[in-house]
Design a protein around this ligand. Structure first.
Ligand code: CP
Ligand code: NVA
Length: 314
């Protein structure tokens, strides 16, 4: 499996869910599941032996940093954590120049930053693969882990309904692009003015045209959750939106994922959240700590799915 997949992926960037087809998403997830099993058995899997990954962070992180760093180590490679304070980027060196220089040292780059354009500029200037570790626009690695978790629990994608409640943010954008690619229906419910960007909705609808998936963007949280197999939410104020926190808590309250709201979902629904969670805000303890919650598996799957990406792209 590895040799043919590597031929397909070697040298490519992973900046957006738009960069991969539904078939490719399934293939990456299948390989990630194999890597998870290989790790469980304790078998060697040094697919990145002698390789290095530069990890540029312009925003804080727990999961992304640790899962990429540990993942690179487990693959026999080495990861460098580079915060903006550590780089001349913080003192005015351009992203394009940083890309050219780092490409002479490392075999791949992962970046977490604000603007998607910056990630694209880094990739354009780099001669090695670049992976998006979150921008304001998308969080593609997260959504790969989400889909892997859905596949593990439900055994399939086709015909499932995913309901996303709350802010039309980076995670919501990547879910909108990913669900139609694998044949899942997605309904997003957000307060008026806080929905996903039109450009993403159009791209999701274009992806759905080939797959029969339904894409809905509405404001009614009950309608969104009705009959859902997967219920997803995220923080109401993403990194960079902290100043709007108080206002957002007021506006988003009806979108809280709690027992009353999820009573409209299928009895065997699962709950996902990329974390960090704000308990008592977008989700109650009852749900995140309850039987439907798969958030810890979801967090773990970041490691496996990113290892699959690293082993294939670098
Ligand atoms: N879900 C996620 O990306 O978490 P971190 O911000 O901790 O990396
Ligand atoms: N939407 C959140 C995700 C954090 C992992 C944010 O951008 O802050």
């Amino acid at each position: 499996m590895y040799a043919s997949l590597r031929k397909l992926f070697y040298g490519r960037d992973f900046l957006s869910i738009n960069d991969v087809t539904g078939q490719e998403i399934r293939a990456i997830i299948d390989f990630a599941r194999e890597l998870k099993e290989v790790k469980r058995r304790g078998d060697p899997h040094a697919f990145c032996s002698g390789k290095t990954l530069a990890m540029i962070f312009q925003k804080p992180s727990t999961r992304t940093r640790v899962s990429f760093e540990v993942g690179m180590y487990e693959l026999g490679g080495y990861a460098l954590f580079l915060s903006t304070q550590d780089l001349q980027l913080g003192r005015g060196e351009t992203i394009a120049d940083t890309a050219r220089v780092l490409s002479r040292y490392v075999d791949g780059m992962m970046i977490r930053t604000f603007s998607q354009q910056d990630v694209e500029t880094l990739a354009a200037g780099a001669s090695v693969p670049v992976i998006n570790g979150l921008t304001d626009w998308e969080h593609p690695c997260q959504v790969m882990a989400d889909l892997m978790t859905v596949r593990e629990v439900k055994g399939r994608f086709r015909g499932l309904k995913l309901a996303y409640l709350g802010d039309g943010n980076n995670v919501c954008h990547s879910l909108l692009l990913a669900c139609p690619r694998v044949g899942m229906d997605i309904v997003v419910a957000s307060p008026p003015g806080y929905g996903p960007h039109e450009e993403i909705i159009d791209a999701a609808r274009a992806a759905a045209a080939g797959s029969m998936s339904k894409i809905e963007v509405i404001t009614d949280p009950v309608e969104a959750v009705r009959g859902a197999d997967v219920v997803v939410t995220d923080v109401w104020a993403s990194i960079g939106k902290e100043a709007e926190h108080a206002e957002r808590i007021r506006v988003f309250q009806p979108y809280q994922v709690n027992t009353a709201l999820t009573s409209h979902a299928k009895p065997d629904f699962i709950f996902l959240h990329c974390l960090p969670a704000h308990r008592g805000k977008e989700v109650t303890d009852e749900i995140i700590d309850g039987p439907a919650s798969r958030v810890w598996d979801e967090a773990e799957n970041r490691l496996h799915v990113q290892k699959a990406l690293l082993a294939l792209l670098l």
